[in-house]
Design a binder for this molecule. Structure first.
Ligand SMILES: Cc1ncc(COP(=O)(O)O)c(C=O)c1O
Length: 445
């Protein structure tokens, strides 16, 4: 067994997130909502010819609920609502996921931990995409599993290359771990690639675990239609992208005809309700679900009935679609601001910024490098010291970003990268980027 290393991104956020006056563009949640905001998104729905008016105050029903442990696995309504998220493709070949195959957890972080704790141990080998959320490879290691990293490459647009799988697996490979869409790159794994992963794993009886915490937020990035209120659209650096078409959203791993798969997700990112601390794990395989439940008894009993109740409201027919629309539009509006910023600093003065523009999720991974003289070629650029750069920027202009090599590269990979979470309030992002713009002008360019 390997001792768990500090969880760098969580420690970084804990240390700096509450800096007074901070402009937080390190955060990965779509701009978080209050319960009152949520109620403001509710719309009447028609079911079998009857119009259903949603309660104006979602807390009122909870005020008289006796605070017992509640349903141990999570309420059946909530589990049905989560199961229904996996039918969103409306693909006729995909059978609906039974609510009993969904288990409610404390966030996706609780779901991920439960999956690894239940299914992995000494003697096992796993393949895990890299870079990703550190939990996905360091917890398996701490449980005694051997981990091979499946490195995402620029030449593949940071989509995993399935041709590499054969060279990564071993006779004892128990699980392939993916994160779709990826944190930090914001790149989704398209359906054909997912199908290749499934057929590879199925042929070898390997389980697939897919962290899909960002999945419903496949907004299309700068390729998506511009939001109606994007008054700055004319200033787009890449004007032509207006005419391009965003790639289709990838399906969940649970919809691809293989049972030995597990998906995790939560209310935190795409649903903008991280404060609920409510997530889920779902599998097509009943034996896996039973094993997860057995292990979960030791850490969870149940989640808070209050969290379960607000999550039910957010995932109800009256609220779910308008909530996702709000967050998708926010992502589409904000990515344009970030795109203008990166476009400006791709090759300006001594600064050389580079990225693959994200089309899903809430994060972008941008490499910041400098050259000695402003007319030097990018091939001579040196990546900044990302940790020092993030600390200097925070001190000087109170803009918080995440250093890539520290939090995603074990201190050695992704030098010069910063992760920016751009689906926060537009005003916060715009102010942060304009301060960063001045910082570049005054301190580096
Ligand atoms: C890929 C990934 N999985 C899981 C989590 C944990 O999310 P939650 O708030 O649902 O626990 C995060 C949080 O940043 C994440 O990026």
């Amino acid at each position: 067994m390997v001792k768990l290393k500090p969880f760098q991104v969580e420690q970084w956020m804990d240390e700096y997130e509450t800096t007074p006056g901070v402009l937080n563009i390190a955060e990965t949640c779509a701009a978080s909502l209050s319960i009152a905001d949520l109620a403001g998104l509710a719309v009447p729905t028609v079911v079998d010819g009857t119009t259903i008016i949603p309660p104006a105050d979602p807390l009122s029903a909870l005020a008289t609920t006796r605070l017992t442990y509640g349903a141990i696995r999570g309420s059946s309504t909530l589990r049905k609502q989560v199961a229904a998220l996996f039918d969103s493709g409306k693909d006729e070949d995909v059978s609906p996921l039974p609510a009993d195959n969904v288990v409610i957890t404390q966030g996706a972080i609780g779901a991920n931990h439960l999956v690894f704790y239940t299914l992995l141990g000494p003697g096992d080998h796993v393949v895990c995409v890299y870079p990703t959320y550190q939990q996905l490879y360091d917890v398996p290691k701490s449980l005694g599993a051997e981990v091979s990293l499946w490195k995402l490459k620029l030449e593949n647009g940071y989509v995993p290359d399935t041709a590499e799988l054969e060279g990564l697996v071993q006779p004892n490979t128990k699980m392939i771990i993916i994160n779709n869409p990826n944190n930090p790159y914001g790149v989704p794994i398209p359906r054909p690639v997912l199908e290749e992963i499934v057929s590879f794993a199925k042929a070898r009886d390997i389980a697939i675990m897919s962290d899909e915490v960002y999945l419903p937020l496949t907004h299309g990035g700068i390729l998506a239609p511009k939001p109606d209120d994007d008054e700055n659209a004319a200033a787009l650096v890449f004007g032509e992208v207006e005419t391009l078409v965003a790639p289709p959203a990838p399906p969940s791993i649970l919809t691809l005809g293989y049972d030995k798969v597990v998906a995790t997700g939560s209310m935190s990112k795409a649903f903008a309700l991280a404060g609920l601390r409510l997530g889920w794990v779902a599998s097509r395989d009943k034996a896996i679900v039973a094993a997860l439940l057995e292990a979960r008894d030791y850490t969870t009993i149940s989640v808070s009935q209050l969290d379960d109740g607000i999550a039910r409201y957010a995932l109800s027919d009256s609220v779910r679609d308008s909530l996702l629309r709000r967050n998708t539009e926010l992502a589409r509006r904000n990515i344009r601001h970030l795109n203008r910023f990166v476009g400006k600093w791709e090759n300006k003065g001594r600064v050389r910024c580079s990225w693959v523009a994200p089309t899903a999720g809430t994060t972008a991974f941008i490499q910041v490098s400098t050259v000695a003289n402003s007319d030097d070629d990018v091939s001579t650029a040196t990546p900044v010291d990302d940790k020092q750069f993030c600390i200097d920027v925070l001190k000087a202009i109170q803009v918080l970003m995440v250093p890539g090599s520290l939090c995603f590269g074990e201190g050695k990979d992704f030098k010069g990268y910063v992760r920016i979470g751009y689906v926060n309030e537009t005003a916060v992002l715009v102010e942060a980027l304009s301060k960063l713009d001045r910082y570049f002008e005054n301190n580096i360019a």
